[in-house]
Design a protein around this ligand. Sequence first.
Ligand code: ATP
Length: 214
Amino acid sequence: MAKRIGLLGGTFDPVHIGHLRSALEVADALALDELRLAPNARPPHRDTPQVSAQQRLEMVRLAVDGIPPLVVDDRELKRDKPSYTVDTLELMRAELAADDQLFLLLGWDAFCGLPSWHRWEELLQHCHILVLQRPDADSEPPDALRNLLAARSVSDPLALTGPNGNIAFVWQTPLAVSATQIRQLLASGKSVRFLVPDAVLAYIDAHGLYRASN
Ligand code: ATP
């Protein structure tokens, strides 16, 4: 039987309940067999000082441990430079059966930025795109995406058939949490309990991550 695999990329600096809850809701709604959280490699100048890629990865690993179908995918960090999403999808696709379904999860903002992505027009050759949209949003897509949406979007994400090629919107209310907010709280010595899983909090504390003294 064809598998249904999702991919959620991000910096996860650090991973938080906004990412996890959203990922779990999509995985449930779409009955995914696996939803891979893939931390991105970043150019060194964009890394948070003293929080390494390995540490971001380890926090995602701790966050998803024992929470199927969420899993961690470390392939982008195995290379030492940022990789393009299209390359990641190509590699994932090569490991899957021809009829397995691959879903790339993108927030609306990321989706609107697609036309600036490397080989973006090839993305749908490898996957379907799930655009995570807020129920209260009334955003207009950029012109460059209008034709694509007209040609490729289907209204019901559960109606996506075949391994790749279509776009669907998944409506969800995101939790008002961001990694930026978490870094700021920690830098000012405040607690982030309940904003990240306890295991991630313990890791942050044990390694003194994001504290002002770092
Ligand atoms: P930062 O504050 O550092 O920009 P972030 O919290 O937005 O980070 P990212 O690692 O950039 O986290 O996000 C990875 C993915 O998770 C992106 O697609 C982003 O849109 C999504 N995401 C981030 N925060 C939330 C949230 N609270 N709810 C749902 N999705 C989220």
